[in-house]
Design a protein around this ligand. Structure first.
Ligand code: BTN
Length: 257
């Protein structure tokens, strides 16, 4: 059981999580907040579900998460001109806020994998799915879905990347309430920071990305490309150095080799 009072005491934000919805079961927290008719339209609203019936991952994958063990939640952003015109940067805000929170609370070393996976000891501990609704070419609603493996201790099924949890890496159960508040506190701080000091946020992100400078393969739109992970540009896109020059990659799955 998630204790909302314990969460609230640790929440130190102006608007993120100030409207907080706790659900025993939902199809998907992202799907719930993407729906304008959900009744929740205030920017910063957070929805946490103990169980998702059809948790969604990137690239139409399924996100499996043991009920009541982990954190599966979504954050709604409705009014943010900067983010809506720099939407690729939200990946960095979200994944860095999870990584920094893990390091602050549990002193575990995190690694970030482009565009937004959080790894512990080379295994995936958190994934992020960002969805948005546009009117013409203008985003009007953005939902940042975050799944963190917190206290789950075994993983069944086929994963495109080996999973782990905080508990497995730390050797003890952790308090989800304090952890969620820490993530939301850092999320709001980084959201503000990226508007004024994008370079610093991107540099902090890059410092945790060990693949930069390595030979990688990227699958973008079913096409596999090989090269050196040269850098991440100011818009958050991956720059791949190939034999033909530097190519900008917008989305994709990156692996070493
Ligand atoms: C990925 O790595 O493929 C992204 C996983 C994102 C999972 C989270 S759990 C909360 C939110 N609701 C969903 O249906 N998906 C995201």
């Amino acid at each position: 059981m998630f204790n909302i009072e314990n969460f609230d005491i640790k929440l130190n934000t102006d608007f993120i999580g100030r409207v907080f919805v706790y659900a025993d079961e939902l199809a998907s927290t992202n799907t719930f907040l993407m729906n304008k008719n959900s009744g929740y339209n205030q920017s910063g609203t957070v929805v946490l579900a103990e169980k998702q019936l059809t948790g969604k991952g990137r690239k139409d994958r399924v996100w499996y998460s043991a009920p009541e063990s982990n954190l599966t939640f979504s954050i709604l952003i409705t009014k943010d001109k900067f983010l809506f015109s720099n939407s690729s940067l939200i990946n960095f805000v979200a994944s860095l806020s999870v990584a920094v929170s893990i390091e602050n609370l549990f002193q575990l070393k995190t690694e970030l994998k482009w565009p937004n996976d959080v790894l512990l000891d080379g295994k995936k501990s958190a994934g992020i799915l960002i969805e948005s609704i546009s009117q013409g070419n203008k985003i009007e609603r953005m939902v940042i879905g975050i799944g963190v493996n917190v206290n789950q201790n075994s993983f069944q099924g086929l994963f495109n990347y080996p999973p782990t949890s905080i508990r497995n890496e730390l050797g003890r159960t952790v308090e989800r309430e304090k952890f969620l508040a820490e993530i939301l506190n850092n999320f709001e701080l980084l959201l503000e920071k990226i508007k004024h000091n994008k370079t610093e946020v991107l540099n902090d992100w890059k410092a945790k990305c060990k693949m930069i400078g390595e030979r990688i393969s990227v699958i973008e739109n079913d096409l596999e490309k090989f090269g050196i992970f040269y850098d991440i540009d100011d818009d958050g896109f991956l720059l791949l150095q190939t034999k033909d020059g530097i190519e900008k990659i917008h989305f994709g799955d990156v692996s070493l080799g």
